[in-house]
Each structure stands twice: as structure tokens, then as C-alpha cells.
Design a protein around this ligand. Structure first.
Ligand SMILES: Cc1ncc(COP(=O)(O)O)c(C=O)c1O
Length: 461
């Protein structure tokens, strides 16, 4: 596979890894410790690892980045879809980060993690009346996606008092990024009120004029693949709309602007690039009025907070060759890296090679396929990738997988959801682990597949 379709053309993905960074060193010590401590091995051939120090530092850097550009209150609401794991949400909560949720399940996870209602934002495009009622009863912020949803909220607001800050999601229709499936600000995107459609802008202004309780405005222009300048353009569009609405109302009715998430992640090296700090600076330059203290802010970053802190570590079960192509058959494939397997040009991942003791392999570069365990030919994490020769019993570390990869397990071949462990180093340099999520058991797989009370259901029809 070549990576010419990927954003940073010219990057050499065959390079083993960027050495020398703290992140790289911590990860390598964690891999060796996971093997030495038996967390991964012949009987547990795949695990996820999360770098707790990295997550804490990332949360702190995000808060500092926005504190440096505005004195207004800022709620950073982590997009739960990126890592729907309660201990991760709890760690972020303890670091002062709230939760953006987009389903009843994600709301339940945020609540289980102890995230306060006042630090929670509900954003999904298909909220049912029951979901809206629960959100308003809890007092969590809600962004209405469309006029019909706003009508449902009207009915709820008039029937019971609520503390929920309420807003409307708009689509500034500024265009897409390099990954179409993640571009939410295209002309025909399914999200929000399409601002440039005929009559839409006036409809939005009238909606606020008629609803003094509508105090927020929301946009999220897209995720991975949307460049910073385009993101800032979307934010500028909603800021200008907020100014226009407040002017029409004659007071500052909109007091908070939710700018969404979407900061792209660098999947080509261990560097954070772009940083939240760089984005905050771009916003300061391009939308200074947003940051002059009159508006509170909400952000909804997901991928940029977690991606670089996660690693999938999988054992090489067999090393073989086919048609002259060396192939490492590993336990990491479509079940954990669904997007990468089905859309490899959009979602290339770096892979680092480790030996059977969990030590980095070097030298002897060889072009090889890194395959997953699923029963279809396309289950490849990397095709023709240059890596040190992989042997049976070695490990592959699939890098930058902390966001979205642990989240969206794909049950092809009934492959078990792997365990996820957080790691941190003690004062003596030893690596300690804590289980974030157990691996799925065979009993759970059978039960979830109707193997319990439902077993004879069809025969009874
Ligand atoms: C409304 C909303 N906010 C935030 C996010 C998080 O985006 P990212 O993980 O790219 O920061 C998403 C992603 O789909 C989203 O739809």
C-alpha cells in the first residue's frame, strides 16, 4: 500500500518510529513491561495500552491553550465517542474535562464516570423525545440539530422548568476536508441547520428572537482531515451569526459558543501536530471577538485528546510468505482497526516491531504485510510496509490508536473485544498497569449472540 492519499505527503511511513521523544520511550518501556508481566503473551495475544501520564499532560495542555487566549469560562467536553471507557472519562473529569455525548449509552458512561451535568453536552442528530426529556431533567446542555428537534424542546421547556443551557447546531457549509465521511460542514451534510440554504439564516435569527432561553450556538465542522484554517472559518461563521442574533435581539442572548472538536491528529510521527495551542492561536488571530471575554466557550475535542496515548499491542502468531510477500499474521485486524482495514488510504497507522521479549526490533528492513486474524483477505493493517523482519512470537505495536480504535469494536468472526490497560511509571521507573476494560469472555460472546434465554426462540415460532 502506498500512502499518497494521506494528508502529509512526503512522510516516510516505513520509518520505524520517531525516537527520542518521551512518549516513544514511555511506550517502549510499557510494551516491555506488559510482556514481562504476562499481560500479553501466547494466551492473551492482543491488548490495548493507554499512557496515563500522556493523557493527563494532554488535558492540561488543552486547558492551558485556551486559558492563554481568553479569560472567559471554557468547558472542554471530551467527545465520548472517541474513547467510551469509564475510567478514561473519570481520569479526564479529574483533570477538569467534561463530556460531549451523542447517545443514551454515552450519557450513561459519562454519568457512571461522575461527570457533572453542568459539564455535559448532548449533541446527537437523532435524539428521541425521551432522550431530550431526560437531558432537560438532568440539566445537561443540549444542542438542537434541526427545526423539528427545536419544536420538541419548545414543548418540554413549556411543560417543566430546566437548568439545561440550550443551543442550536448550525452548519456553516464551508466545505469538507480530505476525508469525506468525517466532513460535517459540506453543503449537504446531515448535521445542523444548513446556514446558507435559502431562508435559513433568517429562520435561525427568528428562532432566537422567539426563544429567550436559547442561549448557545454550536458548530462542529468535521474531524480528521479538516485543516485548521477551515475549522477557524467555521468558528468565525458561527461567531458572526451570534453577533448578528444578539444585535437583532438587542441584548447578549447568546452567551456561549460551542466550537465542536475536530483538531486533526498527526498519524505520521510521535509529535503532536497541530497542537491545541496552535489552534487556539489561529482562533485568536482569525476570530478575536470570540475570545474577548463576552462569550463562554465549549470545545468538544475527541481524537486530539486521546489518539497519541493509545497503542494496540498484538502477537505475531505466524510469519509466512505468499507469492514472495512476507506476511506477519497477527491478532490485530479489522476487529480493532475497522476504519484502517476498510479505508486504508484515509486511515494509515504506524506499526512498530518488538521482539518476543517486548524489546524494539531494529535493522534488516523488509517489506511485508501485517495481517489481522479475521477470515477475509483484506484484513490487513499494513500492506508491503517496510519493517524489521517479523518472526513468530514477536509483537506489533499499532500506534496512535487511543481514540476511536478501542471504542468501536467490530464483531466480525466473533473476535473478542481485547482488554485495555492504563500504564504509568512509578518513582523507581517501574511500569504499573491498571485494567480499564476486561477482555470479552467467550461466555459473554455467546450470551450477546442470543445464547442465553433466546437460544430456542426461533424454534418456538
Ligand atoms: C458534534 C461532535 N463534536 C465533537 C466530535 C469529536 O471530533 P474529534 O474526535 O475529531 O475531535 C464529533 C465527532 O464526530 C462530533 O460529531
Amino acid at each position: 500500500m502506498t500512502f499518497t492519499g494521506f494528508t502529509d505527503s512526503g512522510t516516510d511511513y516505513s520509518r520505524k518510529d520517531d525516537r527520542g521523544t518521551e512518549r516513544t520511550a514511555r511506550r517502549e518501556r510499557a510494551v516491555a513491561a506488559a510482556v514481562a508481566q504476562g499481560l500479553v503473551g501466547p494466551d492473551v495475544p492482543i491488548i490495548g495500552l493507554l499512557d496515563v501520564a500522556g493523557i493527563r499532560a494532554g488535558a492540561e495542555a488543552l486547558r492551558a491553550a485556551f486559558a492563554a487566549v481568553t479569560d472567559a469560562p471554557v468547558l472542554h467536553a471530551f467527545a465520548v465517542k472517541a474513547a467510551p471507557l469509564v475510567p478514561v472519562l473519570r481520569l479526564l473529569h479529574e483533570a477538569g474535562i467534561g463530556a460531549e455525548v451523542a447517545s443514551p449509552g454515552e450519557l450513561a458512561l459519562a454519568r457512571a464516570a461522575g461527570v457533572h451535568a453542568a459539564h455535559t453536552v448532548l449533541d446527537s442528530p437523532a435524539k428521541t423525545p425521551a432522550e431530550l426529556r431526560e437531558a432537560l431533567a438532568l440539566g445537561i446542555a443540549v444542542n438542537a440539530d434541526n427545526p423539528q428537534e427545536l419544536a420538541r424542546i419548545d414543548a418540554l421547556v413549556s411543560s417543566a422548568p430546566t437548568r439545561s443551557p440550550l443551543g442550536l447546531r448550525v452548519n456553516a457549509q464551508i466545505g469538507g476536508g480530505s476525508i469525506e465521511a468525517l466532513s460535517t460542514a459540506t453543503a449537504t451534510s446531515k448535521f445542523g441547520v444548513a446556514l446558507r440554504d435559502e431562508g435559513a439564516r433568517q429562520w435561525v435569527i427568528d428562532a432566537y428572537l422567539a426563544r429567550p432561553w436559547l442561549t448557545r450556538l454550536h458548530t462542529h465542522s468535521g474531524s480528521q482531515g479538516v485543516p485548521l484554517e477551515l475549522m477557524a472559518q467555521g468558528v468565525r461563521a458561527v461567531y458572526e451569526l451570534a453577533e448578528e442574533i444578539n444585535e437583532a435581539v438587542g441584548r447578549q442572548q447568546i452567551d456561549t459558543i460551542d466550537i465542536g472538536g475536530g483538531l486533526p491528529v498527526n498519524f505520521a510521527s510521535d509529535a503532536d501536530d497541530p497542537t491545541h495551542e496552535a489552534y487556539a492561536r489561529v482562533l485568536k488571530e482569525q476570530v478575536p471577538g470570540l475570545l474577548d471575554g463576552r462569550y463562554g466557550l465549549v470545545t468538544e475535542f475527541g481524537r486530539s485528546l486521546l489518539a497519541k496515548h493509545g497503542t494496540v499491542l498484538a502477537r505475531v502468531e505466524y510469519a509466512k510468505s505468499s507469492g514472495g510477500r512476507p506476511i506477519a499474521v497477527t491478532h490485530a485486524g479489522v476487529q480493532v482497526a475497522t476504519r484502517t482495514v476498510y479505508a486504508p488510504a484515509a486511515w494509515p497507522l504506524r506499526i512498530a516491531a518488538f521482539d518476543a521479549k517486548g524489546l524494539p526490533k531494529s535493522g534488516g528492513e523488509l517489506a511485508q504485510d501485517v495481517a489481522g486474524p479475521a477470515c477475509f483477505a483484506g484484513d490487513l493493517l499494513a500492506e508491503n510496509r517496510t519493517l524489521p523482519p517479523l518472526a513468530q512470537g514477536d509483537y506489533v505495536a499499532v500506534l496512535d490508536t487511543g481514540a476511536y480504535y478501542f471504542a468501536h469494536h467490530y464483531a466480525y468472526n466473533s473476535l473478542a473485544r481485547p482488554a485495555v490497560h492504563g500504564f504509568a511509571e512509578g518513582a523507581d521507573g517501574s511500569v504499573g498497569f491498571a485494567t480499564v476494560r476486561r477482555s470479552q469472555t467467550l461466555e459473554e460472546i455467546v450470551a450477546e449472540a442470543g445464547g442465553g434465554a433466546e437460544r430456542d426462540a426461533l424454534g418456538r415460532l
